[in-house]
Ligand binder design. Structure first.
Ligand code: CA
Length: 220
């Protein structure tokens, strides 16, 4: 799952980038509002983490423009405690949630999961297509063909990308986009290898190959 992190503070940005990658998100980090706008125009993101006080273009302006342009990408504002007016404004112009700095990384990750869940129209925290189920909080996957297992970060990122839209086919480059962020090296057979290890854990029919197009999980 690919995220855009918009944060101009180097220390917070570095810590967040590491936390998010550890939680198996593909992260692109930009440090000003203008670069964020460019990134949002050129890449698809599943979620944006948005600081409000930014050089180039402030977060509120950026968010307002994003919504005016019809982008429905979920946005979580990350901002300091002394900005109550901005937080209210942020929600009113289209943010999905906000967290206060300094924040607990676990809480931020849980709020992100909740926002993504609402976005997918799913009330239940566990993703399922009726065959395979995947818990975004614990990375545990279950399938009728195998014992429950905990997925690696990359395995989780790949399976999650497929599980949010059962029946939708994702190509290799679409999967790479969701599993890897900018500057992360991607081996040419990396996606095939992850599919292979996932099938070993979940059974060979858990992920289907559509020859010449990509991969999918069955729609229940
Ligand atoms: Ca800032």
């Amino acid at each position: 799952m690919r995220l855009l992190l918009v944060e101009d503070d180097a220390m917070i940005g570095e810590a967040l980038e590491a936390t998010l990658r550890e939680a198996s998100y593909a992260v692109d980090w930009v440090r000003d509002g203008l670069m964020a706008t460019t990134a949002l125009k050129t890449h698809g993101y599943e979620l944006v983490l948005l600081d409000l006080g930014l050089p180039g273009k402030d977060g509120i302006t950026l968010l307002r423009q994003l919504r005016e342009d019809g982008h429905a990408t979920p946005v979580v504002i990350i901002t300091a405690r002394d900005n109550v007016e901005d937080r209210i404004l942020g929600l009113d112009v289209g943010a999905d949630d906000y967290v206060l700095k300094p924040f607990d990384a676990k809480e931020l990750l849980a709020r992100m999961r909740a926002v993504l869940r609402r976005k997918a129209g799913a009330a239940a925290p566990v993703l399922s297509n009726g065959i395979v189920s995947l818990d975004p909080a614990t990375h545990q996957a279950t399938s009728p063909e195998a014992e429950p297992s905990i997925l690696s970060n990359r395995e989780f990122a790949l399976l999650n990308a497929l599980m949010v839209r059962p029946g939708a086919i994702l190509s290799r480059s679409e999967l790479e986009d969701r599993v890897y962020g900018w500057g992360e090296e991607v081996d040419s057979n990396a996606i095939e290898f992850l599919i292979y290890t996932l099938r070993k854990k979940l059974g060979s029919s858990a992920i289907q190959n559509v020859r010449g197009v990509g991969w999918m999980v069955a729609q229940a």
